[in-house]
Design a protein around this ligand. Sequence first.
Ligand code: ACO
Length: 329
Amino acid sequence: MKHAAIVGIGAYLPERRLTNADLERMVDTTDEWIVTRTGIRERRIAADHETTSSLGAEAARAALGDAGLGPADIDLIVLGTSSPDHIFPSTAALVQARLGCTCPAVDVMAACTSFIYALQHATSSIESGRAKRVLVIGAEVFSRLIDWTDRGTCVLFGDGAGALVLEASDEAGVLGIELGADGTGADVLTVKAGGSAFPATVERIEAREHLVQMAGSEVFKFAVRVIPEAVRAALASSDLSVADARWFIPHQANQRILDTMADRLGVPHDRVFSNIANLGNTSAASIPLAMNDLYTTGNLRPGDVLALVGFGAGLTWGAAVVRWTKGAR
Ligand code: ACO
């Protein structure tokens, strides 16, 4: 059986920065509250002409360039998002057209866990022999789903995209993945209207039901419970333990969640990667953006074991263990 190995990585961030000082002028909040409660100082916001597919395509182009490959070399695109351009067509199909690829393309929607679910889809496609090279993308323009009058959510999220190219290899890159879902927690974090359950109407839009609604502390408690369990399970399925991982790369939702994760896993805080201060919560994009930050700053060495973990609406969660087989940057 072939394994899936990472041969390319790339990212794209919109230019515009929204700082905590900017938010102080928009809602009843303070820089001090946001930094203390979340660790976030600024986030990127897509320009009017940008969309999830345009961000995703830019990140994918960078990953293809990093791998030294072109559009014709890719035989599957799997895109994780919770802010698709449209309900349909899929954002992955739009990215495929933007890149000039001709391969199949599909969206995976598991909120902030979308990237780990997309990685599972891509890895399985390679391991089964159905694909040789797969683009795995996490892309979000979450700013369009945010209620900019709700201080409980608008301070948290940002826009961005990250992408990996996976290739069939004799060397194991993706070692193990553990996924979970608990739909009984669906109401905790939701964009309620705009689908078949609650089609968009003037009344629902006036009630802001087409925007993110979140019970923040419920999500927090869920996250700190499932993250250590998922990481340990994914490491165990790869015959590894916490001590074997050089980097823990969690979905960037809240610095306090990352610190609690480090404490519960018993690892030093500096092995739990964080770029949340600069990017906020970019949902499905946060894990590949974090990997790209580590790569471009020369912090990934061949053989490093990375423990990725995502969690979010659904409720959903997932962890993946990856061996970095690409060279150092
Ligand atoms: N500025 C100032 N005060 C605020 C703000 C703000 N931006 N937001 C909330 N508050 C107030 C609340 O109104 C509340 O005031 P009250 O006590 O007078 O009622 C007080 O601060 C405490 O509110 P809590 O919600 O209890 O604050 P908490 O410490 O839980 O922090 C937060 C809130 C940051 C949202 C936290 O719960 C969190 O990060 N939860 C996880 C969220 C998350 O990760 N979501 C994404 C998941 S991924 C996905 O699938 C999209």
